[in-house]
Design a protein around this ligand. Structure first.
Ligand SMILES: *Cc1c(COP(=O)(O)O)cnc(C)c1O
Length: 458
């Protein structure tokens, strides 16, 4: 019998108590944190939707893997289990473990980037952009125009704009060390990329003789969306779709804190022998020997098991459906959210909800602070606080002022999510009374992590 309710495909074996706080306590915590949610103590947060990175719950088999972990410096059995699990989905000849995704990015960019180079991507994630720019190259975002309109419905808003990619390659392919595809497109709202679009990118990469790399952090969620939305894939095994994606690429960077279902880890994989040798030399400088990267053997085992679980259909059906459930609940309550709902997060459109707060008074920050004060929910401003300050010191509104509710994997239940919907709805109803903020203190770069704020008088 097909049921309407998609249940969590697990039961709970070990519980972490949540600490209840009062609104008065949360008001004090906010003031002490300078109204920056990154500065809160996690214990003072009831539902933590700051990120989906590394915050998921591991399975009993993953914890068993932690026990099985072998800490040999070189050639540990944990390494061989990790390598086999990666190659089962991504059969690249060279797999290089790293402590996180950004370490893989840094090594790859040090090997292939440099001044005068340009790296196209559907949309660079912030660490990817920072690593491209750190070696003097230019990061170019070429997502389809539909991907930039928060209210527009489109099944694959993460797709690359093939015409703009071709124009760039025609003009300067010799300066392009690789084309990147981020699946799903995190900075664009967790929106998927179609297999058809990846094939189009591959064809352009072949024509202009440029390698194609995947930023594959949410590969399983992306493959699930292909199965659900792209014609001809509805009956397929997600693992086969993942292998189709891998077959189109020359390599990948990965954060195992996302679709590795682990709390830490990542890897770099490539086909090219000579590039792999250069990357391994760089790896040894900062991460460690090539059979452990920056990881303990036990972490390698947790990831190896996570990669088996993340492509299970029951898991992915629940994962995508539970994110959708939050987005749909908010949409139905009249709270403006980015459409369609992506795989790992729901984005509230703060600029639309708080039209009386101008972007330079940070409507996203005002909304994120209000959600914490009202219900102990920690979210993340993705807007003018994060992107408004420029290296020359000027400040302009970001393209959008969003608040991201990121969903940790297998961590919260439906009643937690119902509570989140209720709090968001209550805050949205009195959004007209929320005030903006001003920044009292900020660092020269990446200010969202450490800035301090002050509420503006009404
Ligand atoms: C998280 C993430 C990264 C970086 O990975 P870390 O493990 O946080 O260093 C890179 N790209 C995308 C799309 C991500 O979501």
């Amino acid at each position: 019998m097909p049921t309407r309710t998609i249940i969590e495909p697990f039961r709970i074996h070990s519980v972490e108590p949540l600490r209840m706080t009062t609104e008065a306590e949360r008001r004090d915590a906010l003031a002490a944190a300078g109204y920056n949610l990154f500065a809160l103590r996690a214990e003072d947060v009831l539902i933590d939707l700051l990120t989906d990175s590394g915050t998921g719950a591991m399975s009993s088999e993953q914890w068993a893997g932690i026990q099985r972990g072998d800490e040999a410096y070189a050639g540990s059995p944990s390494w061989f289990r990790f390598e086999a699990a990666v190659k089962e989905l991504f059969p690249f000849p060279h797999v290089i473990p790293t402590h996180q995704g950004r370490a893989a990015e840094k090594i790859l960019m040090a090997a292939i980037g440099g001044p005068g180079k340009g790296v196209p991507n559907n949309t660079h994630f912030d660490t990817t952009r920072a690593n491209v720019e750190a070696v003097g190259a230019e990061a170019v975002d070429l997502v389809i125009p539909e991907g930039l309109d928060p209210a527009l419905e489109h099944p694959f808003k993460g797709n690359m704009d093939l015409a703009r990619l071709e124009a760039l390659l025609r003009e300067r392919a010799q300066d392009v060390p690789a084309v990147f595809m981020t699946i799903t497109n995190n900075s664009g709202g967790g929106q998927p990329v179609a297999l058809e679009n990846l094939r189009g990118v591959r064809a352009l990469c072949d024509r202009y003789r440029v390698p194609l790399m995947l930023d594959a952090c949410r590969f399983a969620e992306n493959a699930w969306f292909i199965r659900e939305r792209e014609s001809g894939h509805g009956e397929r095994d997600v693992a086969d779709i993942v292998r189709d994606i891998a077959a189109l690429a020359d390599g990948m960077t990965m954060s195992a804190k996302k679709d590795g279902l682990a709390n830490i880890g990542g890897w770099l994989a490539v086909r090219d022998d000579e590039l792999a040798a250069r990357c391994r030399n760089l790896l040894i400088l900062t991460e460690g020997f090539p059979t452990y990267g920056g990881l303990a053997g036990r972490d390698l085992d947790a990831i190896a098991q996570g990669l088996k679980e993340v492509v299970e259909h029951d898991y992915l059906r629940y994962r995508v459906r539970s994110t959708w459930y939050l987005g749909e609940g908010l949409h139905r309550a009249g709270v403006p959210v980015m459409r369609p709902v992506g795989g790992h997060a729901v984005y509230l459109d703060a600029r639309r909800l708080l039209p009386h707060v101008p972007p330079l008074e940070y409507p996203g920050q005002a909304l994120a602070v209000a959600l914490y004060e009202a219900g102990g929910i920690r979210s993340c401003e993705i807007g003018t606080v994060m992107f408004g300050r420029h290296p020359d010191g000027s400040e302009t509104p970001a393209a959008l002022d969003l608040v991201r509710l990121a969903i940790p994997r297998r961590t919260y239940t439906q009643s937690h999510v119902d509570y989140v919907i209720e709090v968001c709805d209550e805050v949205a109803e009195r959004a007209g009374g929320l005030r903006g903020y001003r920044i009292t203190q900020e660092p020269p770069a990446l200010r969202h992590f450490t800035a301090r704020f002050e509420p503006l008088a009404s």
